[in-house]
Design a protein around this ligand. Sequence first.
Ligand code: BDR
Ligand code: CA
Length: 307
Amino acid sequence: MTSGRLPRPVYLDMDPGHDDALALLAALRAVTVRGVTTVAGNQRGELTFLNARRVLRVAGRTEVAVRRGYDQPLLRRLVTAEQVHGASGLDGYHFQPEPEPSPDDGMGAMEWLDHRLAAEPDPVDWVATGPLTNVAAFLLGHPHRKRQLKQITFMGGSLGAGNVTPYAEFNTYVDPEATALVLSSGLPVAMVGLDVTLKALLAHGDIDRFLRLPGEVGAMLFGLFRFFGGHEPSANAGGMPVHDVLAVAAVAHPEFFRWQDVPLRVECRDPERRGAMTRVEGFPVTRVAVEVDVKAFFDWLWRTLEG
Ligand code: BDR
Ligand code: CA
């Protein structure tokens, strides 16, 4: 908790993933995490589901509910980022003991979210840091719950070049149809894409700082990011991106960013430009993070983790 105020309630949708794991840890301390749904992306669905629970076990927060969402994009075959996140999706740390199996209440992730949102007294934030499959499917299947959502903030996309192809960022590449559906949902949507995440790089030397964090969290983050630094394609001498953490920061501290309203079209037809985003007048307007105060972001991140 960062202040005397009750931090804002947030649902997370993620595909852990190294940067998702760090985003989850930051969120646990910066906002009120009401629950987590997982999606296939960085790895297969069974692994991202396991990884979210592994991180919560290490953080001592197993009371946070996790539900497994979609194992495949809406219309396409899954593409993973195994080359970046490893065979487990979270290579670099040996998780032991494994988390307890989740209690089975017979509810799938969509039904569970429906119930949870129905019980929310006020509209909540939804932060998505994987392909937008779950978010799109939920909005399609439960349009009456839109009124319970204040804003959807997602890590994904790019106004410029991509990272998985010259045109597209990974999350929008994996499920472009889901991205297009979310952007046209009519809800306020904030996009935290490569335009800012490639500006806020974690210095390789700062990985040692994770070791100062108490308990197993420090050892876990150290191991994970030592691995990630060697595999994330955008990592360079200047450091490595921590993409998903910026989406959490954008909810906790939108003032760290400069925002622009941009009418965005997502490429769903041309196979070469799949997932690319272009500014096209008349398309739904998305609030896009175009600049970030890098120092304010990292000061916040360390304060949040160390506090
Ligand atoms: C995004 O792709 C994934 O590999 C990361 O977790 C992040 O969400 C960056 O393009
Ligand atoms: Ca992710």
